[in-house]
Design a binder for this molecule. Sequence first.
Ligand code: ISL
Length: 538
Amino acid sequence: MTTDAADGPLAWWQEAVFYQIYPRSFADSDGDGVGDLAGIRTRLADLAWLGVDALWISPFFRSPMADFGYDVSDYCDVDPLFGDLADFDALVADAHGLGMRVVIDWVPNHTSDQHPWFVDASSSRDSPRRDWYVWRDPTPDGSPPNNWVAAFDLTAPAWTFHEPTGQWYLHLFESAQPDLNWDEPAVEAAMHDTLRFWLDRGVDGFRADVVHGIGKDPALPDDPPEVAGVPHCALNDVPVTHERLRSIRTLVDGYPGERMMVGEVFLLTTEAVATYYGHDDELHLAFNFPPLFAPWLADRWRACIEDTQAALDPRDAWPTWVLSNHDNPRHRTRYDRAAARAGEDAATAAVRSGARARAAAVLLLTLRGTPFVYQGDELGLTDADVPKDRVVDPGGRDGCRAPIPWDATPDHGWPTRPGVVPWLPIAPGADVANRASEAADPGSVLHLYRRAIALRHRSPALSRGSCTLRDAPDGVLAYRRRHGDEVVDVLVNFDGADVTLEDRSLLGASLLLDSGDAGPPAAFTGVLGADRAVVLRH
Ligand code: ISL
């Protein structure tokens, strides 16, 4: 299967490499053990050095932090924990000065229960804002209005009974995150205003949280029994959402400078995700979850690429690729855990774990579509081991949210005030796997990311060319990227043994990048090393 090369000019967000910042864990400027906006500013030069083009910053808005910022109590202000609006403006100005765009999170499906809108709505059944949220009367037997399951605790209903006013309210996530009712025009208008607020401040776009949730079937029907136990947020998929996304698209496109929206469409097939691009009139980009959850197996990745081409190409929709984010174990940890379950012993894991993570980096940065690097993956981090008494997230997602180790000092760049420790423990291996040590080592995974990003930027075939899957031996994924006369082959060996390729046409091709090597580019010998990915040019 081939995807045609893009002809006309691409938008910046199609050619960009994005970098996700989880601000609590990125860099701390004031010693309270939680990262902040001023901390991010001190590290922008490091990100420019890495070569990323755009930052997606997870929520820093006012929040009681029941879901670490995904429970917003004021969409138009910075939580004091992270700084203030002046810090944000300075951050955007500095990032722009370094040639990097800034995309911020937008959480339209739900607010915090401390948001003045919900405080008002829950004050009385007669509140003028009552219908800004989804309320239902008690059922005769006292059970919740339907069988929808909330995220995180799959035994918990997506409903909480509000004693003072005698009705249930809907929440696809925690009870502290009531769902907004987008059927109410005032809600849509108020949420549009929050977009304008940040667009006027100069953001380049938004990552829209659970954006497929902003339409609900008004009948609120039970989920079918065959998906019992699946949270409703992974199932909610109704036509009215598309209408709302078209209005949002018109608003965003109405601003100069190619503003954009990448949506988190947490649906579990690429086919369903693709519909949220509309016909170039809904989301500019959508996250595609099957590759994020795919195991490290050549045939599974081949299927992910085929499915993406089949679903997106007919719409001229531009793919995204994500290996890790703040909600899931880092890819290195996921692949290691799967290998351990399959019987990989510790000695083998010590060799293969890092090599797999490096090969995955080359895969991520050579596919057709916009790659998103999650902070710390460029250091080859694994998840932190978070002891039970330090788990703070309702979804248990603490391991991938560990603070970024900046150097080899005992506090790894997180000096804190007396009596304070960083909000989560740092991942293992930080004496070596830290920014400063890796920056000084040309063989580090950090330098591999930097080389891969630079290669992508200077190669039209990689940044915008067509992608054709090719035949390959078992355990190897092969694809050819082409733009004009430039032809680039990518080979990824998912197995722990060397493979001799029968395709002699690749012999002598110049080796542009080798995941296992820091050395100068050489010629390809025809042998693909264990757990390696290579990029070749004819
Ligand atoms: O975290 C998950 C699995 O561990 C997902 O189900 C996740 O809840 C889903 O991708 C939606 O995530 C987004 O919205 C949540 C928030 O907790 C996540 O951090 C955010 O990425 C609610 O706002």
